[in-house]
Design a protein around this ligand. Structure first.
Ligand SMILES: [Cu+2]
Length: 241
């Protein structure tokens, strides 16, 4: 009996220590006086795979059967709509919050924009611009973040993005619809332009892991070192599946 008591006491101590340690340290804003810039390009080599979109209902709004590229690539291999971000960075420049609450529009049975990146805590407005019902279902991995039906054209719903990381949007009414919001835990992130380029300014000098994520290729990590007042040039090659 006394032994059992001892075991449960040490278990309690462990559990308490775990509670006190809490979640990972939150991002801290500091003055970045000698910051450098990470300037780069995300590329995809070779043949771009396609996926078949087969609208099974609401065809007048949702369109016909079509093939869509899995990666949006320009003639110079640049990848549009990749999300790039620095991982495990706890201190640096101030956040640039969006001026108004950003939107995720349902239009033509697609999510517009298809990919965006926003600071954690931002409220996202989902809006239906179609004359058909959409049911927005967002996921973090396999867990639901939120699930909201927008049956009427012009209808909106506002939801806070509390979960850091990639949030995937699907529509329970139209199985092919996909949208992505990267919810950033620090302000060093970007979505690549049409030619695949991006820029992350005001990075405190140091060594980091730069992640480049694309919906088909997934995440590719590369190491990057930033020196004071210099530009670190990087090219991220996305992996094929
Ligand atoms: Cu839908």
């Amino acid at each position: 009996m006394p032994r059992l008591v001892q075991v449960s006491r040490s278990f309690l101590a462990l559990a308490l220590a775990g509670l006190l340690a809490g979640p990972a340290a939150a991002y801290q804003v500091t003055t970045v006086s000698e910051g450098g810039t990470i300037s780069g390009k995300v590329e995809f080599q070779g043949l771009v795979p396609t996926r078949k979109v087969i609208p099974t209902k609401d065809r007048e709004t949702c369109g016909k059967i079509r093939d869509e590229p899995e990666v949006t690539v320009d003639s110079q291999k640049g990848v549009q709509d990749a999300v790039v971000y620095l991982k495990e960075l706890t201190k640096g420049k101030a956040w640039q919050k969006p001026a108004k609450n950003p939107e995720l529009v349902n239009k033509g049975c697609e999510f517009v924009p298809r990919v965006q990146a926003l600071p954690v805590g931002t409220s996202l407005v989902t809006l239906n611009e179609d004359p058909v019902m959409h049911n927005i279902h967002s996921f973090s991995g396999k867990s639901t973040v939120f699930n909201v039906a927008l049956p009427i054209k012009g209808q909106k719903a506002e939801k806070p993005l509390k979960t850091e990381g990639m949030v995937r949007f699907e529509c329970d009414a139209h199985g092919w619809m996909r949208g992505y919001v990267y919810v950033a835990d620090n302000p060093y992130y970007a979505v690549t332009a049409k030619n695949g380029t991006f820029s992350l300014p005001e990075v405190p000098p140091g060594s980091y892991t730069l992640a480049a994520w694309q919906e088909y290729a997934g995440e590719t990590d590369i190491p990057v070192t930033v020196e004071a007042n210099k530009v670190a040039q990087v090219t991220v090659e996305l992996k094929k599946k």
